[in-house]
Design a protein around this ligand. Structure first.
Ligand code: SIN
Length: 482
C-alpha cells in the first residue's frame, strides 16, 4: 500500500486520481539518482478541483465536535507509528536522509498529530466583563477555513504534520502541495489518513513539478483562507504578495542564518557535541542548522580541530545503509551552491581545515567540511549553506559576538554555549531570533513554538501557540438583556 508504485495518484475529495492532463513526473533517489516512482503532474485545474473539494468538506468537518476530530487524528497518528519502518524507507528513498533520522522523523511527525489532537479539545472562548448591564460580551474561536500547506523536501512528513494537524484539529480542511522532490511521503500519509477515516475532502494532496503555477493558485484563490509555507525567503515573499490580494492568513517558516556562539567559558566538549548535532543533522539541510560558528578567539583553533576530527568520523553513504550518518544532498544545485560558497570563502582568505568537495560515495555526496578565518566579506556569511560545511568566525568580546550574530536579515534559530548564568540572560535578551538554544544544539519539539523573526517568517508552529494560526477570533455582543 505504501510502496512507490502504489503511490502514483494524487488524493482529492477522498479519491485517488491522475492529473486531469494525465501528465506525470519522476521521483528520484538522490543517493543513486535512479527514478523510484512517477506521480501526477497537477496543474492549475487540479488545484481548483482540490480547493473546491476542501471547501465542500469544510462545511461538515467544522461541525464535528473537537472530540470527534481528536479521535480521528489519534487514529491517523497510530497508523503512522504502526507503519514507521515503511514510511522511513520511503522517506530515505526520496530525500536521502539516513534511515535512523527518517525513523525519528516519522515519530516527530506523529508527535505533532498527537499534540494537536489533544489541543483540539482545549480551544476555549472567553467571557469579557460587560461594559453595561444589558449586555454580555462573548468570544469564540472558529476555524479559518480552507488551508493550503506548501511543504519542503527536507522534512517530507514532519512539516506536513506540523501544519495539517493543527488545521484539522481546529476544523479546517487542507490541500497539501509537497515539494516535487518528495511527493511520495505525502501520498503515503494521505493513504493512512484515508484508512483512519478522515472524511473525504478534508485532507487533499496534489503533486506537481510546477510549484510556481500551483502555488500561485493556492496563494491567490479567494476560497483558500490560509496559506502555510515552509521554504526559502524568496518564495515566501512571492507567496506573501499573492496572498495579499485576498488578505489571507499566512504562516511562513522561511530561511535562516543561524549563529552558534561559543564563549570562552563554554564547556567545549558539550559545545562540540552540540555543534555536530546542529550542523550535520540531515546533512546540514535544515533551516535551523548552525550556519555560522562564532567562536571566542582563545578557542578557535582547538574548536576547529576537534570539530574537524569528529566531522571526519561521520560515515557518508546511502541513507538505506544503517551505518550511514550523512546521506546525499538533495540535488546537483545544492552541490553547486556548496562548491561556489567554498570557493568564494577560500579565495577571500578562509582556511580549509578538513573536507571540501564531492565525496567518493557519489556525485551528490559532499565531504563534511570545516573552514576557519571566515568573515562577513564572504558570501557564506550571508547565505544559507544547507549542507555539511562548518564555517568558523572568531570574536574577542561578547558585544562583538552579539553584533555579528544579529548582522543578518534572518532571525530563525540561534545557539550559544556558556557556563555564566548572567551571560545566559544578557545574550538571550540581545539575540534577534525566534528560537535560542542555550548549551543545546538541537531544540525542536512538538511542545515548543517553532518560528522566526525578521525575514525568517511569520507565525509559530507546534506548541499551544500553533493552533491559533488556524483559528479566527469572533466577538459576540449580546444586547437587550434585562
Ligand atoms: C526545518 O528545517 O524546516 C525544520 C527543522 C525542525 O523541525 O527541527
Amino acid at each position: 500500500m505504501l510502496t512507490p508504485s502504489e503511490l502514483s495518484l494524487c488524493f482529492i475529495s477522498g479519491k485517488w486520481q491522475p492529473a486531469i492532463s494525465k501528465k506525470q513526473f519522476s521521483v528520484c533517489n538522490p543517493a543513486t539518482q535512479e527514478a523510484i516512482g512517477r506521480v501526477p503532474n497537477c496543474d492549475e485545474q487540479d488545484t481548483e478541483l482540490a480547493i473546491a473539494a476542501a471547501q465542500t468538506a469544510f462545511h461538515t468537518w467544522r461541525q464535528q465536535t473537537a472530540k470527534q476530530r481528536a479521535d480521528l487524528l489519534m487514529g491517523w497518528r497510530d497508523l503512522i507509528l504502526a507503519n514507521e519502518s515503511t514510511l522511513a524507507q520511503l522517506m530515505t528513498l526520496e530525500c536521502g536522509k539516513p534511515i535512523a533520522e527518517s525513523e525519528r522523523e516519522v515519530r516527530y511527525a506523529a508527535s505533532f498529530i498527537q499534540w494537536f489532537s489533544e489541543e483540539a479539545k482545549r480551544v476555549r472562548g472567553d467571557l469579557i466583563p460587560e461594559p453595561s448591564k444589558d449586555r454580555r460580551l462573548l468570544v469564540q474561536k472558529q476555524p479559518v477555513g480552507v488551508c493550503a500547506a506548501i511543504t519542503p523536501w527536507n522534512f517530507p512528513l514532519a512539516m506536513i504534520a506540523r501544519k495539517c494537524a493543527p488545521a484539522l484539529a481546529s476544523g479546517c480542511t487542507v490541500i497539501i502541495k509537497p515539494a516535487e522532490q518528495t511527493p511520495l511521503s505525502a501520498l503515503a500519509i494521505a493513504k493512512l489518513a484515508e484508512l483512519a477515516g478522515i472524511p473525504d475532502g478534508v485532507f487533499n494532496v496534489i503533486t506537481t513539478s510546477q510549484p510556481d503555477n500551483v502555488g500561485a493558485v493556492l496563494a491567490s484563490h479567494p476560497l483558500v483562507r490560509k496559506i502555510s509555507f515552509t521554504g526559502s525567503t524568496g518564495v515566501g515573499k512571492k507567496l506573501l504578495g499573492q496572498a495579499a490580494q485576498t488578505v489571507k492568513s499566512v504562516s511562513m517558516e522561511l530561511g535562516g542564518n543561524a549563529p552558534f556562539i561559543i564563549f570562552d567559558d563554554a564547556d567545549l566538549e558539550s559545545a562540540i557535541k552540540g555543534a555536530i548535532g546542529s550542523k550535520f543533522r540531515n546533512n546540514g539541510q535544515t533551516c535551523v542548522c548552525a550556519n555560522r560558528f562564532i567562536v571566542h578567539e582563545s578557542l578557535v583553533e582547538r574548536f576547529a580541530q576537534l570539530l574537524a576530527q569528529q566531522a571526519n568520523q561521520l560515515i557518508v553513504g546511502d541513507g538505506l545503509d544503517r551505518q550511514t550518518e550523512l546521506g546525499p544532498l538533495i540535488n546537483q544545485t545544492a552541490v553547486g551552491k556548496l562548491d561556489r560558497l567554498l570557493e568564494d570563502a577560500i579565495s577571500k582568505g578562509a582556511k580549509l581545515v578538513t573536507g571540501g568537495g564531492i565525496h567518493p560515495a557519489g556525485p551528490l555526496f559532499y565531504k563534511p567540511t570545516v573552514i576557519t578565518g571566515v568573515n562577513t566579506e564572504m558570501d557564506i556569511a550571508h547565505e544559507e549553506i544547507f549542507g555539511p560545511i562548518a564555517a568558523v568566525y572568531s570574536f574577542a568580546t561578547e558585544q562583538q559576538a552579539i553584533q555579528l550574530a544579529n548582522a543578518t536579515p534572518y532571525g530563525l534559530a540561534a545557539y550559544f554555549f556558556t557556563t555564566d548564568i548572567s551571560r545566559i540572560f544578557r545574550v538571550s535578551d540581545a539575540l534577534d531570533f525566534g528560537m535560542v538554544g542555550i548549551n543545546e544544539g538541537v531544540m525542536s519539539s512538538e511542545m515548543a513554538p517553532f518560528g522566526g523573526m525578521k525575514e525568517s517568517g511569520l507565525g509559530r508552529e507546534g506548541s499551544h501557540y500553533g493552533i491559533d494560526e488556524y483559528l479566527e477570533v469572533k466577538y459576540l455582543c449580546l444586547g437587550g438583556l434585562s
